[in-house]
Design a protein around this ligand. Structure first.
Ligand code: G16
Ligand code: MG
Length: 219
């Protein structure tokens, strides 16, 4: 494996929690029941698509202007959470894995559905690790479409079959598999069963496994 691609929310930082709180806030206002289990469907999914799903859950149909206003409201709520972020919110042992790869000159990319990916990376001080960032401002086809990861591989100059993807979302694992990449699920194996390997978090990813990935010829 020659290129490593990381999702952002739920992999590098726990912003999945902030997305949940912001959607929950809106759902409460609209009288739509919304639980953390419902939020699984929102992970890795674009902001616009999340609101469509929420309104479908509540059986609501609204004019375009209202839809745009709620999108804005959710994002402002989310931005208020991320404005307070710092390096303490990097998930455990992520820096160790990034450092392991940097020491070996392995190119890394960020592949996120979020339009807020760059400011979050800057805030937590990890931007310099990534040769390229592909985010929700550029991607037209959302995960589970492989576009985000194929763009990242292309910019790294690495063939898709020689790329590893770290993902916390079902849609993201599906996207990585559709791209022909080696998929590593971070989270619950019951949710991420389609991944090539699943780890609860980066503390379970030992240097021996990282060495193994680097030696793996092709998925
Ligand atoms: C993330 C989250 C999704 C979120 C999406 C868009 O994707 O997992 O829940 O809806 O970004 O975020 P924003 O509203 O900031 O543009 P990823 O791919 O980083 O996990
Ligand atoms: Mg994610």
């Amino acid at each position: 494996m020659k290129g490593f691609i990381f999702d952002l929310d739920g992999v590098i930082v726990d912003t999945a929690r902030y997305h949940y709180l912001a959607w929950k806030h809106l759902a409460d206002q609209l009288g739509i029941p919304f639980t953390e289990a419902d939020n699984e469907r929102f992970k890795g999914v674009s902001r616009r698509r999340c609101l469509e799903i929420l309104l479908e859950m509540g059986g609501l149909q609204v004019p375009g202007e209202q839809f745009e206003a709620w999108l804005l409201e959710k994002n402002e709520d989310y931005l208020s959470y991320i404005s307070k972020m710092d390096a303490s919110e990097i998930l455990p042992e992520v820096p160790r894995v990034l450092e392991f790869l940097r020491e070996r000159d392995v190119p890394m990319a960020l592949g996120s559905a979020s339009k807020n990916a760059r400011p979050i990376l800057e805030k937590v001080g990890l931007a310099s690790y990534f040769r390229t960032v592909v985010d929700g401002n550029e991607v037209v086809k959302a995960k589970p479409d492989p576009q985000v990861f194929l763009m990242a591989a292309d910019r790294l100059g690495v063939a898709p079959a020689e790329c590893v993807v770290f993902e916390d979302a079902q849609a993201g694992i599906a996207a990585a598999n559709a791209a022909g990449m080696y998929s590593i699920g971070i989270g619950d194996a019951a949710v991420l069963g389609e991944a090539d390997r699943v780890f609860r978090d980066f503390t379970e990813i030992r240097p021996g496994f990282m060495e193994h990935l680097l030696q793996l010829e092709i998925k």
